[in-house]
Design a protein around this ligand. Structure first.
Ligand SMILES: *Cc1c(COP(=O)(O)O)cnc(C)c1O
Length: 369
């Protein structure tokens, strides 16, 4: 079915940015600058500046940024790492793939790790914690930091959904040993294929990631520092991302404006829980606009039937997929929200009519005009 309002519309955004994206493309192609060249280094500098860290290192996915970060922290077999029960599965898979064990913790009403439940999950084997900043809102980092310091844990921030979000003026991705970024096309800063990065204030961690992304080689000396991987951010993607990063401040503003229009449009619908939470010094960027309806699939089906492309992330929590062999210690909030969530379109390329159509479609489900 052809949706009236698509969840994201990369072609439409491309047409808006076409002169700059085309210029970036032709420059890379004509110079033959494909791997580890100026466009990558420039983008890394711009990303580090935007986040407020000393370094950014481009990698080829958000998953790889988590994976490299855990390796840089020396986390491996025999270790445990705290992760939220409600997140994209890659957060936990990165832990498993370095040989460690993810220990899941339930989330709170704002979809982020419940900081009051972290300490009960800590054991003598716990070495790290991955707070995930989901949907464009930071996990409550003052508490996470305090717990991590008390127990000597490394913090790796999964910031894949929260570029530009902040807490007390300090940006997501600037709190932990690393901040992990994904430039998957649907993300707030999306490339034209897979992409990722870490941000860090540590020279050692940045050097480690720069070598390990290139098979362990120090490209200046030719020396191998360990068995590495091939996981660089492509130069062409970096060139595109630089073009888009320049628009971030204005795009974040636009996301907030759309979120406010949704809030106003849905006011008074008791069944619908909206993603507007207490500040606590946090500033949200609305990567996703996730509402909760007790009517679950009936709500999301209604949206789709009326031309609004919505995503449901996720009806079945990842720890319930048997092949993943994860321990379900009982996560009541994750269980409940999983039956209720629905992500409405919230992208910078949405126009006023599309926003209105989303609002009227939600209202019509509740019999309102
Ligand atoms: C997208 C995402 C990832 C993984 O990013 P990829 O680039 O797809 O590997 C990890 N964690 C979260 C929270 C994400 O949203």
């Amino acid at each position: 079915m052809a949706y009236k309002v698509r969840f994201v519309n990369p072609g439409k955004l491309y047409r808006q940015l076409k002169p700059d994206l085309d210029a970036a493309y032709f420059k890379v192609m004509e110079n033959g600058n494909l791997i580890d060249r100026e466009e990558l280094w420039n983008f890394e500098g711009e990303l580090a500046k935007f986040v407020g860290t000393r370094h950014a290192v481009g990698l080829n996915s958000g998953y790889d940024s988590l994976h490299m970060s855990l390796r840089a922290c020396g986390i491996g077999p025999g270790d445990e790492v705290i992760v939220p029960a409600h997140t994209f599965v890659a957060t936990a898979s990165a832990v498993v793939n370095v040989g460690a064990r993810p220990v899941l913790v339930d989330v709170g009403r704002d979809f982020n790790i419940d900081v009051d439940r972290i300490e009960e999950a800590i054991s003598p084997r716990t070495r790290g914690i991955i707070p995930v900043h989901l949907n464009g809102r930071m996990a409550y980092m003052p508490a996470v930091t305090e717990i991590a310091e008390k127990h000597g844990l490394a913090i790796v921030e999964d910031a894949c959904q929260s570029l530009g979000a902040s807490q007390d003026g300090k940006k997501a991705g600037a709190w932990g040993v690393t901040g992990c970024w994904s430039f998957y096309p649907f993300k707030i800063l999306g490339g034209y294929g897979d992409g990722g990065a870490i941000t860090t204030n540590s020279d050692e961690v940045a050097d480690f990631a720069r070598r390990m992304r290139f098979n362990g080689e120090d490209r200046h000396t030719g020396q191998y520092h360990g068995h590495g991987f091939t996981c660089l951010l492509d130069n062409i993607q970096a060139a595109f991302l630089s073009v888009k990063l320049r628009h971030m401040p204005e795009w974040i503003e636009k996301r907030r404006v759309i979120a406010e229009r949704y809030r106003a449009g849905f006011a008074g619908i008791d069944d619908l829980a909206l993603p507007h939470f207490n500040g606590d010094g946090r500033s949200d960027v609305f990567q996703n606009y996730v509402v909760r309806s007790k009517q679950g699939d009936a709500f999301s089906d209604h949206m789709r039937e009326h031309g609004v492309e919505v995503l449901v992330q996720w009806r079945k929590p990842y720890y319930r997929h048997e092949a993943l062999q994860l321990e379900d210690r009982g996560f009541p909030e994750t269980e409940l929200l999983s039956s209720e969530v629905c992500s409405l379109p919230l992208a910078v390329e949405l126009d006023d009519d599309e926003v209105e159509h989303v609002i009227s479609t939600v209202r019509s489900f509740y019999g309102l005009s």
